[in-house]
Design a protein around this ligand. Structure first.
Ligand SMILES: Cc1cc2nc3c(=O)[nH]c(=O)nc-3n(C[C@H](O)[C@H](O)[C@H](O)COP(=O)(O)OP(=O)(O)OC[C@H]3O[C@@H](n4cnc5c(N)ncnc54)[C@H](O)[C@@H]3O)c2cc1C
Length: 320
């Protein structure tokens, strides 16, 4: 019996794949809309057999703003989709259910004598498991329950605002984006915006909006983060599997879920399997992210005025 904690993109995906072979129960805390820009590579729809009707916007270029420059980067076609996370996550849980996963809405509280304690309604229930999967996001309670360190993370502020944007915009001035970047993505007739806490107010002033933001952490991946211990495995934000520099977490959570399911089914070493596929790309992007925190940020960004660099960047993004 496999118990998956968290029914976001990582948990719903790993549960779906494991249900082909095992008895799988998934515990999801609540129905909500994860604070997220909802930007995901379009190829995820074909790779995971998902309904393209979930796509709210199709994006064919991104715009980088830096020191009064705007650089447009075409994405070689409409290769970036924007989804609404409440719809997308609910859809993935529905597919998991159709694949045989038992879904229980409740909150994982901890582990006692090898059993998971879950609050379901106003009762505490105990669940046996042979394998436990922590897909419970950046503040993973499963990590805490087994005494693993939290994943490294950065606090971002995020809001929906009344602003018209047709592409995905990235603001790289430190004032607007801090060590990483500020962003504005379309969300139906509104926009999602976000930035590190210290730069959010400046970003709002720059965009001419004054929303009430919500704070949420995003993992900052680094080499060596533990992603399994004994019969407990982690996937998605709970394993910090968010691409450095771009901060794409949806696609990599789902791809990592596939690697984890395959490793469990075929009794392979999950960490090794994950590293075989992603270590090089994640380490390379971490290197760029580190450079981007230095005075070389301008060099990295301005290089994207050259068509050759735009082309290389997008080819890498589409391949990874
Ligand atoms: C502001 C912001 C913007 C972002 N924008 C993008 C973007 O545009 N594109 C992109 O690719 N990535 C983006 N990300 C990253 C992306 O949202 C995450 O990487 C992705 O959601 C990870 O999926 P997950 O399933 O691992 O975790 P989550 O989506 O966090 O899902 C975890 C689930 O576990 C549940 N849970 C938590 N604790 C418990 C518990 N104790 N018991 C039961 N259930 C529990 C939660 O309710 C949640 O549904 C963004 C992140 C932030 C914060």
């Amino acid at each position: 019996m496999i118990l998956v904690i968290g029914g976001g993109v990582a948990g719903a995906s790993v549960a779906r794949f494991l249900a082909k072979k095992y008895d799988v129960t998934l515990i999801q805390d609540k129905i909500w809309e994860k604070p997220c820009g909802g930007g995901v590579k379009v190829k995820v729809f074909d790779e995971f057999g998902l309904d393209k009707g979930l796509i709210r916007h199709l994006i064919d270029e991104v715009e980088i703003f830096y020191k009064k420059n705007k650089i447009s980067i075409p994405l070689k076609g409409k290769n970036l989709a924007i989804v609404r996370r409440d719809e997308f996550d609910a859809y993935l849980r529905e597919i998991a259910k159709e694949s045989g996963v038992r879904i229980i809405y409740g909150k994982f509280l901890g582990i006692e004598n090898g059993r998971a304690i879950v609050r379901v309604g106003d009762k505490k229930e105990k669940f046996n498991y042979d394998i436990l999967i922590g897909a419970d996001g950046v503040n993973s309670s499963v990590r805490k329950a087994i005494g693993l360190l939290e994943v490294p993370k950065v606090l971002t502020l995020y809001a929906k605002v009344n602003l018209k944007v047709n592409s995905c915009r990235f603001f790289f001035d430190k004032k607007l984006g801090g060590d990483y970047y500020g962003w504005a993505f379309p969300y139906d007739n509104l926009a999602h915006i976000g930035s590190e806490r210290r730069s959010f107010e400046n970003l709002c002033k720059y965009l001419g909006v004054s929303p009430k933001p919500r704070g949420y952490y995003i993992p900052t991946w680094q080499k060596g983060i533990e992603i399994c211990k004994g019969n407990v495995y982690f996937v998605g934000d709970a394993a910090a599997q968010v691409m450095p520099m771009t901060f794409e977490g949806i696609y990599y959570a789902m791809k990592s879920a596939k690697i984890l399911a395959n490793s469990i089914i075929n009794r392979l070493d999950y960490k090794k399997e994950w590293e075989k596929v992603y270590l090089k790309d994640f380490a390379f992007m971490k290197f760029l992210e580190t450079l981007s925190k230095t005075s070389l940020r301008g060099v990295l960004l301005n290089a994207h005025k050259l068509n050759l660099i735009k082309d290389l960047t997008i080819s890498f993004w589409l391949r990874a």
